[in-house]
Design a protein around this ligand. Sequence first.
Ligand code: FES
Length: 177
Amino acid sequence: MVPVQAQVLPISQESGIVAEKVRDGIDLEVNGEHFRHTGDAQMPLLWYLRDVLRLTGTKYGGEHGENGADLVLLDGKAVSAITVPLAGLAGKAVTTVEGLAANDGSLHPLQQAFIDEDAIGCGYCTPGWLIAGVDLLRRKPHPNDGDIDQLPNLCRCGCQTRVRRAIKRAAGKAGRP
Ligand code: FES
């Protein structure tokens, strides 16, 4: 029997196929999608998310991320997105607040708990609280008020009491991401 060989098609001008070299860059995953950053490697993750990917849920939380509004999950752990340059993110997985809901659109249990407890005022701090809360519930499925109060997040609308209730309401249900 004559072996079947793979046919290699020549790339020709007639075919319209143009060979494109892969540019060097930083490969990372954001909310389950693959991206390659070919720009400034020192760009903070926060500005990449907001200005390049247009994922504007993550907010500016001070130049050192001191109020927690810029938290994202990096390989499942909460980090301040302004303090992380893209240079250190090759092969890492980032989850922003936009990535918390399931693919079918159903909310993360903590998002639902924030709605149920009316824990949202102007909403500026809410993405950061959600990320911090998901991280806390992963580390400690049944946190107490003291655990929640140790989170770096601040709410200038005075929602802390309702945020505490929301995080405790989601306790034991917030297993993802
Ligand atoms: S809801 Fe307005 S700052 Fe928290």
